[in-house]
Design a protein around this ligand. Structure first.
Ligand code: NAD
Length: 336
């Protein structure tokens, strides 16, 4: 592998990306040049000298960007994430640009974050932490409920949903689940009951989303589904923002019908999540409203953020970049 083919430009990189990608690149013998800004048609000039680029969920890989990349000699796009909805795959094929992704890194990271959100929201540890630091040792308003004996309803029992279900069963919860492709053997082994979504909405104390964004799951949590839910229900979304209709959620919170909301993803997260906007005026009124509720807990798409997940994302990404540079096929199941 010569130095020209081993040079890679990385975009939208944060300190943690650079740390983990650099460590993997050292082992893989790659030279990475990192940029903090995103890759789009107008920034494609910055790939100069690179044969490959490494991008994330918000880099804009539409046709015009891909055409600009080809003009600059780029032949491969390595996505350091699972989703590839930001890439015009058709155009990439036409332009003969190879595209790789990381379909699975650590489902445990995401499932465990789901549980962290549920426990925090229920037992109000985020509020207790702030109170105690202010020497306010009062317990008023911090009453939670036992998870034991309550019902959790999971939408989606793929890699993440199954792990979350098993942990919730460990708390002694009854777990209901819906998935168009149910895994009956797993459900039997783990004491999980597959039901329809209506039953989930009507019977669950906690509704947690673990399905991809599809036409069927788009706004699956909206006015109608919320109306079916038990008063005081907790709604958790660590999946994709558009599974939840934010306006309907806010109405459910304002009326008191929804007892708590935990979100790691948000419909309009692009340009907000992953950024430090602490010195700016928040322009998103719905996000501002959500942040005003004492019973809403939001993290900024960090469920994947563990040492193990970042290591695996970097390992697979760098290995594919290395393979491409030396004319080998991508790792199995990672070509887009
Ligand atoms: P997966 O592909 O293993 O599982 C998804 C499951 O959803 C499958 O079993 C599928 O049959 C099911 N499903 C499809 N359509 C459905 C529907 N209409 N109703 C109910 N279930 C349906 O995926 P995964 O790795 O478990 O990921 C689940 C979700 O988590 C994905 O949307 C992914 O984008 C999201 N995710 C979030 C983060 C984060 O950091 N917040 C990280 C990774 C993944």
């Amino acid at each position: 592998m010569d130095s020209a083919t081993s040079f890679v430009a990385g975009y939208d990189t944060k300190p943690y990306d650079r740390e983990y990608l650099s460590a993997a690149a050292r082992i893989g013998g790659l030279h990475l040049r990192f940029h903090e800004f995103r890759l789009e048609a107008s920034t494609a000039f910055s790939t100069e000298g690179a044969k490959s680029v490494c991008v994330f969920v918000n880099d804009d890989m539409r046709r015009s960007t891909l055409e600009a990349l080809v003009r600059h000699g780029v032949r491969m796009v390595a996505l350091r994430c699972a989703g590839f909805n930001n890439v015009d795959i058709e155009a990439a094929k036409e332009l003969e640009i190879a595209v790789s992704r990381v379909p699975s890194y650590s489902p445990h990271a995401v499932a465990e974050h789901t549980i962290a959100l549920i426990l925090t929201l229920n037992r109000k540890t985020h509020r207790a932490f702030n109170r105690v630091r202010e020497l306010n040792f009062s317990l008023n308003g911090l009453v939670g409920f036992d998870l034991h004996g309550k019902t959790a309803g999971l939408i989606g029992t793929g890699k993440i949903g199954r792990i979350a279900a098993q942990i919730l069963r460990g708390f002694g919860m009854r777990v209901l689940a819906f998935d168009p492709f149910p895994n009956s053997e797993w459900a039997l082994q783990n004491g999980v009951d597959y039901v329809d979504t209506e039953t989930i909405f009507k019977q669950s104390d906690i509704v947690s989303l673990h399905a991809p964004l599809t036409p069927e799951t788009d706004h699956i949590i909206g006015t109608d589904s919320i109306a079916m839910m038990k008063p005081g229900v907790m709604v958790v979304n660590v999946s994709r923002g558009r599974l939840v209709h934010t306006k309907a959620l806010i109405e459910g919170l304002k009326s008191g019908h929804i007892g708590g909301v935990a979100l790691d993803v948000y419909e309009e997260e692009e340009g907000v999540f992953f950024e430090d906007l602490s010195g700016e005026v928040l322009q998103d009124d719905e996000l501002a409203r959500l942040l005003s509720f004492p019973n809403v807990l939001i993290t900024a798409h960090q469920a994947f953020l563990t040492h193990e997940a970042l290591s695996e994302i970097s390992r697979v990404t760098v290995e594919n970049l290395r393979r491409f540079a030396s004319g080998q096929p991508f790792l199995e199941g990672t070509a887009v």
